[in-house]
Write a protein that binds this ligand. Structure first.
Ligand code: SF4
Ligand code: SF4
Length: 301
């Protein structure tokens, strides 16, 4: 029942945000070529349930002609298309219009703009606001994604904190660089409490992220397989979580079971389920390189 395929068009980004769960930045490698994109579309057409194709990264506007061609192909094939960007290019209303007008032609269905202080330390530097106003004027369906610094949100006794429920608000996901940069000083919970994956349907994935190395991500750095080795449509059709050494455990009992199954030695505690999951996966990367890939999204070379 896959409905969405998201191209990680590139891992390169003009920013290097603390909360980035893919370790993107100016020196991060891994960008699709046009012929790879065309190959992927040949496979996407075989997946009947698919209706959305996204272009994201890294920062997809850094490879503007490639992104545009991808959007053109996707809409031409009848897919709804979306783009996720940090809007660095919207340096003035006039300039933003230059970047957005070619997109209008292809009738994209969603433009998502990162609009928060992680990306822009000062409000006056926030180009996402400019992009938002121009996109609205050009009638592009647009929305903003706002991630704030993590904050503690402990509930009162009457509200009751559910077991495993996150106590940290702000929207940052504790994977990738966010683990390295943002977890210090935050309250932690016992690792045994994290008995389910709170965000992804690993049994019947509805969306996957694709990178230029061939990884088909179910979650960042958790790959279903490699689409350059096995055709993407077959990978999707034949996916069975019980035969995936990481998903089987995560579906069965969350990051806690994953830790137990592979004798991971836990620390004192973890900020949330993703924090534990990411740390266990990082420890298992040499054992399951096919499924825990690419190493660069774990901060490794
Ligand atoms: S969070 Fe977005 S803008 Fe920041 S480094 Fe990652 S991809 Fe770039
Ligand atoms: S628990 Fe693991 S698989 Fe699930 S969303 Fe968090 S990091 Fe991803």
């Amino acid at each position: 029942m896959l409905t969405g395929a998201h191209f990680l068009l590139t891992y390169t980004c003009n920013f290097e945000c603390d909360h980035c769960f893919l370790y993107c930045g100016p020196s991060a490698k891994g960008t699709f070529t046009l012929s790879q994109i065309k190959n992927v579309f040949n496979e996407l057409l075989k997946i009947e349930t698919l209706d959305w194709v996204y272009f994201e990264g890294g920062e997809p506007f850094l490879f503007y002609p490639l992104m545009l061609e991808g959007i053109r192909i996707a809409t031409g094939l009848g897919f709804k298309t979306g783009v996720v960007t940090n809007a660095y290019w919207a340096t003035s209303e006039e300039d933003a219009e230059l970047w957005l007008k070619p997109i209008v032609k292809f009738k994209i269905s969603d433009l998502s703009l990162s609009d928060d202080l992680f990306h822009y330390e000062k409000e006056e530097e926030n180009t996402a606001k400019v992009a938002l106003s121009v996109a609205k004027r050009l009638s592009i369906p647009v929305n903003t994604i706002c991630i704030e610094k993590p904050r503690v949100e402990i509930k009162t006794e009457e509200e009751k904190q559910e077991k495993g429920e996150p106590v940290i608000g702000g929207g940052a996901k504790f994977r990738g660089r966010a683990v390295e940069k943002l977890t210090q000083g935050l309250p932690r919970r016992e690792w045994e409490e994290f008995t389910e994956c709170p965000y992804e349907d690993l049994k019947e994935p509805k969306r996957v992220h694709l990178d230029s190395y061939g990884n088909v991500h179910l979650c960042q750095g958790l790959s279903l397989g490699n689409m350059w080795e096995t055709p993407l449509s077959s990978l999707i059709k034949n996916f069975n979580y019980t035969q995936h050494p990481i998903c089987e455990q995560l579906v069965g009992g969350g990051p806690a079971l994953l830790a137990k199954a592979y004798n991971f030695k836990p620390e004192e505690g973890y900020v949330d389920a993703c924090h534990l999951c990411y740390c266990v996966r990082l420890a298992l990367i040499d054992r399951f390189p096919k499924y825990l890939s690419p190493a660069q999204v774990y901060g490794l070379k």
